[in-house]
Every structure is written in C-alpha cells, then in structure tokens.
Design a protein around this ligand. Structure first.
Ligand code: ZN
Ligand code: ZN
Ligand code: ZN
Ligand code: ZN
Length: 583
C-alpha cells in the first residue's frame, strides 16, 4: 500500500497516512483515521483534565458531603468519592443496557456514562493526597497531577518518583527540587530546565551530571561553575553567599539573567538520549518511535504519541499516561500489563478492551464504564464468550451504517475516538488547552465546549505585592491569608485570582530557602509550560558555522526534525555540531 493524502474531518487540512501506518491499522483491524494526527491528539486531550478542580456534592448513597472533583457540577453527572467508588457498594453491571441497533453507539455509551457513578478524582492508591488528580500512588502530596509515586510534593504536573519537592513540570526520580522543567535524577536542583543528574545547583539549562553549579548552560560533569565560569570551591561559595536566594526580587533578577543565558546557549535539535531511529523531543530509550514526545524507558515501534513510560510496544496515538502496554491505539491513562486496547481511558491490567473508561482487571469489553474483573461485557452487560464474539462484529458494522454525526457534521464511525463534545470537560479545563492553546472564539468555531471561570470567587485578604520579599520575614500566620495573584487583573485562561500557602508548603520553602510565590499555582504552571517546545515537529537545517567541525569552512547543512519552529530565535544545532561543542 502507498502513502495516501486525506483531508482531516476536523481542521479540513490535508494529512498523509503512510505505508507503515496502514500496516498498523491492518494489524489491529481498524479503518484508517479521518482526523489528522494533531486533531486526534487534541480530541483525546479534550477528555483529559489533570488540573481543573471544582467543589461538588457526593452522590454516593448516605453521603452528602462536598468533594473536590475534576467534574464540574453543571455537567450533572453521578459523582462518588474515591472510597465509595472503589468499594463493592455498587455494581457497575447493574447499569448495563442491551445494545440498540437503531441508535449510534456513541449516543448509547454517553447515556450509560451520564447515569453511572463516576470517580470524583482520577486517583489510585492515594494517601493523604486529596487534591491530587490523575495520580497513582501519591503520599502526603498536594495539588499534583499526571503523577506516579510521589511523596510530600506540591503544585506539580507530570512527575514521577519525586519526593519533598514543589512546582515541577515533567520531572522524574528527583528529590528536594523546586521550579524545574523537564529534569530528572536530580537532588536539590532549583529553577532549572532540561537537566539530568544534577545536585545542589540553581538556574541550570541543559546540564548533565553537574554539582554545585549556578547559572550555567551546556555543561557536562562540572562542579563549582557560575555563569559558565569555572571557580575554585572557595570562590564559588563566596560568590554564592552574595546572592540572597530567600529574597523575591533577587530571584526575579536571576530568572531574567537565566533567560538571557538560555537565549545565548546552544540548543540541540532535540533532547534524545539512547534513542534509535526516532523523531520527536524529550525522548530517552526509544526505538523506532516517530513524532513522539516525553517518553522514557523502553518504548518501541510507536508513533504519534506522548507522555509514555516503561515498556510500551506497538502504540499509535497513545498518551498521555501510558506504561507497560502493548498493541494500543487511541488510548490514554492506560497500562500496567495491558494488551490490545483501543479507544480507552483509565483502563489498567486489561486486554482486548475497546471504547471503555475506568475499567480494571478485565478482558474483552466493548463500550463499558467502571467494570472490574469481568469478561465479555458490552455497555456494562455481561454475555457468554460465544454471544460476545457474535455481537461485537455486528456492532462494528452497525457503527458504519448508523454513525454518530456531531453538530459540525463530523461523522464518527467505528475507528474514531469519542467525540470531544461528549467529554465531561470543556476545552479550557483540559490538557488540550495546555498543549494546543486556543481562544474562546476559536474554540466556539471548532465546536469545542468552553466554560468561563468565575471571577472573584475568593475574598483576598492580602495582595501578593504586599507579601514580604524575604522568606525570613514570613511567619506561620501567612497560611491564614488568601493572597491575590499578581496576574489577577489580566485576561488569562489560567489565573484563578487567588491562592493560599499551606503549612507543609511553607515548611518546604523554609527547607529549600526560597521566597513565597507571587503568582497562583495555575499562572506558575502556565509559565513553566511556556518554557517547553510545542509537541510539533518542523524540518530545519543546522545553524552552525563554527570552524573546525566536519563541515569545514562551509555552514553545516545537516537537516533534522525539530520542535524549534523555524521563526524561533534560539541557536539550533545538529547532533554532531552540538556534540563537538558540548561534551
Ligand atoms: Zn486536523
Ligand atoms: Zn494567577
Ligand atoms: Zn551541524
Ligand atoms: Zn558545526
């Protein structure tokens, strides 16, 4: 089969389905997609709300307490607190319905979804971590999301195996870290971006294996460097002591200087460590992965995916939140011993599951929600193996003949992920807004739902500009204040207007010696998001014209796929030229 150009149903732009893509679709027996890769990612992300939380009443029988939930009360869903949802007090199969061949599948699935109990927050094995969402194994943590195995960590997104840290974004296996973006295996690393295995350091960009370094970029295995100058240990300590790192204005100045240093640094076309035949960014240990972002530890033969971790094979259009899975397509938050799952979310330890949400320990499900340890179910109704095997092909055929058509005229047959308009979330409440930000007007035009945030929900007791500059002048009484965010008057999709400092958070600031933040968590998260490159690739050429490289006196002409858009000001090098300068 040859490459084929198709027109995307959603954005109406042309996209190419490659030969290898057709082979994958044939292997899993799905028709080729009708949405382009980016629109497919956006459609999945419209179903993924990691950070927008609301107050909602618990609907579990005998409960009427208020809960923190990622589901908005206006959605009128049935919401149970986590312990009630995970208990045996309700039976998911009692909500089962016989398949109605006169109605589109997606409508019938939505009807089930609108009536069955849903978990208030998406978390598994949480200990004293009430505000952690899309989180597995959180302990004593607060406002973390997209996380796995975290302890005493605050205000962070997309992190795993971290302890005693705060304000992180895409950080793995780290401790005592603060305000870092895309870092791993570090200890006491602050205000840094794209670093690995660094210790007791501040304001580093693209450093590996550094210790006691400050304001440096493109360094490997160095210590006592400041603004890329090698110092003696005594001189380093003397100069470090000159910075009052507990002072807010000092940090603000240093962040400015860090930004200037970043702009002057060399930028490798992509961050790829131990990568074979792969395209994308922030990859470690991937083989044959194309158009791939934020993936680590043995990922093989996969395409159009992001935020994957540990032993994933044969995956298309997967993520965020995938680990230990094989043969998956159009899934997110799915894994831990999964095989052959298509169109799923929060499906764990299961195989041969299609179009299902929040199912655990199952096999052979189609269109199910909240089912645990069952086999051969369709729309939460149990069948014999023989009945199931007869019914599923009939349903797939019916999905062709009686497709769901959304209000923009987009046709959803078998092979499409769930329509975004059926999502329990609005566009601006989901990770679609984090990775593909659009305005309310654009969202309306594309038929995405949008929910304006309520302004002035909080009565602030202090403005952030009136906070003490130095952490030394802050006492425990700050935890009683409602602080007005510095951005609260600005037009922002993120700003919540106000924020609080919890005692655990304050103690972490004291331990790390950092000043109080002046922005609410969501504005801080937005600033960190802006540091990363988008999950898109452009074809570009190396910008190197240095002498003594393989390209001799000529400018280097090596081409590559990079997440640095062509109009960006950074100096972007190919692998060879970068390696010649940074080692
Ligand atoms: Zn498209
Ligand atoms: Zn804010
Ligand atoms: Zn080059
Ligand atoms: Zn060069």
């Amino acid at each position: 089969m040859k490459n084929e150009t198709k027109n995307c149903q959603n954005c109406k732009k042309d996209f190419v389905i490659e030969q290898e893509d057709f082979s994958f679709y044939e292997k899993i027996k799905v028709p080729p997609p009708t949405f382009c890769p980016e629109c497919r990612t956006v459609r999945r992300l419209c179903w993924r709300n990691e950070m927008s939380l609301f107050k909602i009443k618990c609907d579990a029988p005998g409960h009427d307490e208020m809960l923190i939930s990622f589901l908005h009360p206006e959605e009128k869903l049935v919401v149970y607190d986590s312990s009630a949802w995970w208990s045996d007090s309700w039976d998911a199969l009692s909500y089962g319905k016989e398949y109605d061949f006169s109605k589109p599948f997606f409508e019938q699935w939505k009807n089930l979804r609108d009536n069955i109990p849903l978990q208030a927050l998406s978390n598994i094995h949480a200990t004293n971590s009430d505000y952690c969402n899309v989180a597995e194994e959180s302990r004593e943590s607060y406002m973390c999301s997209g996380s796995w195995k975290i302890e005493r960590t605050f205000y962070s997104n997309r992190i795993s195996e971290t302890k005693d840290s705060g304000d992180l974004y895409v950080v793995f296996r780290s401790e005592l870290c603060y305000d870092d973006v895309i870092c791993s295996d570090s200890y006491h690393l602050l205000y840094s971006f794209n670093c690995k295995s660094c210790v007791d350091s501040y304001f580093l960009y693209d450093c590996i294996g550094c210790m006691n370094c400050f304001g440096c970029s493109n360094l490997r295995s160095k210590s006592h460097c400041m603004w890329n100058e090698q110092l003696s240990r005594e001189e380093y300590n003397r100069r470090l002591a000159e910075y009052d790192l507990k002072d807010y204005k000092t940090i603000l100045e240093l962040k400015k200087k860090f930004r200037e240093m970043y702009m002057k640094s060399l930028h490798r076309f992509a961050v790829q460590i131990k990568v074979v035949n792969s395209t994308g960014d922030n990859l470690e240990g991937t083989k044959n992965c194309k158009i791939f972002f934020d993936a680590t530890q043995k990922i093989e033969d996969a395409k159009y995916s992001h935020w994957l971790k540990e032993n994933v094979k044969d995956a298309y259009d997967s993520g965020p939140g995938i680990g230990q899975a094989e043969l998956i397509y159009e899934v997110f938050d799915t894994g831990v011993g999964n095989f052959c799952n298509l169109f799923t979310s929060v499906v764990y330890s299961s195989n041969d599951v299609e179009y299902s949400f929040n199912c655990h320990g199952c096999s052979n499900l189609f269109g199910c929600i909240g089912v645990r340890n069952k086999k051969y179910c369709i729309l939460n109704r149990e069948y014999t193996k023989e009945e199931y095997e007869k019914l599923v092909p009939k349903i797939k055929k019916q999905m062709e003949e009686v497709p769901y058509i959304d209000k923009r005229g987009i046709i959803y047959k078998y092979g499409e992920f769930f329509p975004a308009e059926f999502s329990t979330f609005c566009y601006n409440e989901t990770q679609a807004q984090d990775y593909f930000p659009i305005s309310k007007e654009q969202a309306m035009k594309m038929g995405y739902r949008w929910r304006d945030r309520k302004k002035n929900e909080y009565q602030t007791t202090i403005e952030s500009k009136d906070l003490p500059d130095s952490l030394d002048d802050v006492d425990d009484s700050i935890t009683k204040e409602i602080i007005g965010c510095e951005n609260k008057e600005k037009q922002s999709n993120y700003c919540r207007g106000a924020y609080k400092i919890t005692i655990d958070e304050l103690n972490l600031y004291r331990k790390l010696g950092v000043p109080l933040p002046r922005l609410c968590f969501f504005c801080r998260h937005e600033n960190r998001l802006k540091m990363r490159n988008p999950m898109k690739l452009w074809h570009r050429q190396c910008m190197c014209d240095r002498m003594g490289h393989l390209h001799g006196e000529e400018k280097c002409e090596v081409g590559f796929k990079t997440s640095y858009a062509p109009d960006r000001p950074e100096i972007v090098y190919c692998e060879k030229c970068y390696q010649q300068e940074v080692y």
